[in-house]
Design a protein around this ligand. Sequence first.
Ligand SMILES: [Ca+2]
Length: 223
Amino acid sequence: MKKLRQIGMLLLVVSMSSILLTSFVNAASPPQPTYGVATVDGDISEWDLVNDFFVNMTRAGRPDKPLEANVSLRMDCINYVLYVLVLTQPEVPGILSPADAWAAINVISNKTYHGDSVDDGVPPDFAWVGVGYDGNSSHVQGYEASFPLDCPNSYNIKIHIEVFDDSAWQTAATLDFIPLLLICPTVIPEVPIGSVIAVTSMMVALVVYFEIRSRSRFRLPEV
Ligand SMILES: [Ca+2]
């Protein structure tokens, strides 16, 4: 009986770990991004703007300056590609300035993409989002981009776009270089969360049953 209860508890722990791991890969938890893929095409419909959100971008990348934009990230652990979505604040147009749309890894000279990167499906890719959305053909709502990045590894990343705010061009950037940790689990669970919860509930019920049965003066039916 004791061994059976130990097995039950072990299965319970495994099930709970599965739930935690599933949650872990389904939402960004800086310095980790969401683990998944995206398509660099200027259409942001595949992005989850809540769970993929990674960090804010402020004027000149300074914490005491206005919020201008934000970054979402997804890491493709199969093909080792990092996907980037930059969106400006609703009242702040981005500027269609290819030289000012970039990310750098570890040092400013190590640019990984820019606004002229060819969108051919081979990273680095780049696509503007919402070109001319407000009637001005030089304005954008942001961009999508991708670039190759080894995993597992840790980096520092800086992401940039130019915006028009307070009647002038402004730099919008992350707070200098910020940590980026890529773990890339070897096996990404694809078990539906409902199935994991059902298995966990069943194991909890079994553990409770055998615990009650072991302590009861009355004889419960065998299972
Ligand atoms: Ca897209």
